[in-house]
Design a protein around this ligand. Sequence first.
Ligand code: NAP
Length: 273
Amino acid sequence: MTDNYAVIGNPISHSKSPLIHGMFALATGQDMAYQAIEGPLGQFAATADAFRAAGGRGLNVTAPFKLDAFAYATDLSERARLAGAVNAMKFEGERVLAENFDGVGLVRDVVHNLGCPLQAKRVLLLGAGGAARGTLLPFLAERPAQLVIANRTADRAQALAAEVAGQGPVSAGGYAELTGQAFDLVFNATSASLRAELPPVPATVFAPGARAYELAYGKGLTPFLRLARNAGAQRLADGVGMLAEQAAEAFAWWRGRRPDTRAVIDRLTVPLA
Ligand code: NAP
């Protein structure tokens, strides 16, 4: 019998998840269907209830429902709890198991696909929203030398750092405090690039040979990546690999088979030019 999965969001027509999971299912021979659901605003629980009642096995969750999914879950993973948001759910009878794979997907892309271990590196994370939150535990698990969080609203960055203070060498502040500091890896987890804006990060944050990673994907050379390139960053990447890897994590969690992500990344890559 075909097992049903879906991604729920609003809007949802832009979502790459049906394409990605369709490719994974074909490659791994899984008998599953995956659709996109545009959930009416304010009705996440009713929409998820209806999907489960029709036999749905699991959901990916995207904006604006990640917090609704957090509230809907009966069993939250530690990652989802810290992220304060859920991007994947699995239904087992009355139980709603909930996960957040964004951070592990990002780390897997950086370490495995891009060949850049975070261990002993100086890491700068720009932004303190949902995506930044989800990266904290996976980043610290890689034992960087230093993890600095910078955000336009410095209080939000400081609150995040306080939540994981016991887990590793983390500190936080505003952009002005970055003057005079240099990092091996700089991640843009702000949403500035979605509006072609540049967070006010000094070009001097890129140490010689630094790598710059833009979490947004499909935008080509964003203002952040252009700044990094002009500042001499050695390697640039966007979030297409993160997208593919978080999907692969969810797929493996649902189906017990971890698909290879290369074909998906190749299909969705937009040149950074
Ligand atoms: P969010 O929760 O809305 O957080 C937005 C963050 O961006 C906040 O820290 C905000 O700062 C900051 N910001 C917005 N505009 C800014 C500007 N002009 N200058 C400086 N800071 C600015 O967004 P999110 O869900 O975390 O998403 C962040 C990014 O990650 C987006 O580009 C999204 O596409 C990407 N993402 C990628 C994947 C993937 O799979 N590749 C997955 C999830 C998210 P304040 O706190 O000061 O407002």
